[in-house]
Design a protein around this ligand. Sequence first.
Ligand code: PMP
Length: 417
Amino acid sequence: MARLSPVLKPATPVTVSHARGLDVYGDDGRRYLDFTAGIGVTSTGHCHPAVVSAIAGQAERLLHGQYVTVRHRPLLDLCDRLGQVLPAELQSLFFANSGSEAVEAALRLARQATGRPNVIVFHGGFHGRTVGAASMTTSSPRFRTGYAPLMAGVHIAPFPSAYRYGWSEDEATRFALQELDFLLATVTAPEDTAALVVEPVLGEGGFVPAPAAFAQGLRERADHHGFCLVMDEVQTGFGRTGRFWGHQHLGVEPDILVAAKGLTSGLPLSVMAASEKLMSMAPAGSQGGTYGGNAVACAAALATLEVIAEEELVANAAAQGLRLAQGLRRIAEDHAVPGDVRGLGLMLGWEFSEPDGRPDAARALRVQQEAIAAGLLLQIGGPMRNVLRLLPALVVDEAQVDRAVGALSRAVASAAG
Ligand code: PMP
């Protein structure tokens, strides 16, 4: 009898039967409050009626348009719609299916446009599992183990993780930019460097927001040396951080933006956006794919973007994110749990430490398990696996935030006992 391969490591023991909003029903009849949103994907909640109806309607008309062969209406409409929310400079779009593919597309474009081979990534970043994206991923060895040799030409600079260093954000930023300059002076010369690739908030790497001064330092260096600044907004895009784009917290715009997850509420679709000028420096036909820009996925994206606007989900993410962060800080204080609560909007991480500052992965795991047993679905992340990740759908309401905080408070108490 065939079964799922053990290469896939389940983060929770739940088998889902159906889901609606933030409620996920196990096939054992149990109900869970979902604070994972399928790793930040179901932005409008599970099976939002407007999204489901757009998918059903599109499925009746056209399932697969194949964008190399023909154009189709949902794809063209989605270009228009995304044009309204993207930076004015980034109006040339390429679609693929996953975040990894969009990252690969950005890598290819940056190399083609600059004619330079190398890329610089930032320590703790996660960019995907395909060879190029895995080579750029430095959040855990498990994405690389046994997969060598990976792609050459990737250089790693520090990300200003203030809490990990035990420094202020300013100190961490100064250090990270100095080390970047040192890397450019000693390892990968500017004329060999095509791109800086960075997440506005480290996701898999522990939910660490990039300081604005750091992003501005990257922008200055990209302008000065002619690198492409690539922002990987696969996780931070579409309202997740309480602004439409993660980079809007930083006061700088990228040359290439990649996004995916929250775009469709659940179907596979990713996008790379750049200027027409940059895109036209790549040979026509050098990017493509069989399924990219799938008609049903595009219809789901159009409906998702409509719901995000109509239900004011970006503002809701900001407000509920604040409430949730306050709740987490209160629990940490009440139970004297050493660590750090951080993040933006509804991309919140709670890092657990020992009293001497060492990572406390055991506590993170116990709290996660207690929370799941109590009906709250949560994931763990961070290089040391000691960060609880809170990523509810953007439709989360006050009562659900309060329920989650209550469940977590009890989970922290039982995990301590
Ligand atoms: N970049 C970031 C920032 C991500 O969070 C992820 C997925 N967690 C990816 C890229 C890869 O996306 P996918 O799993 O869709 O390939």
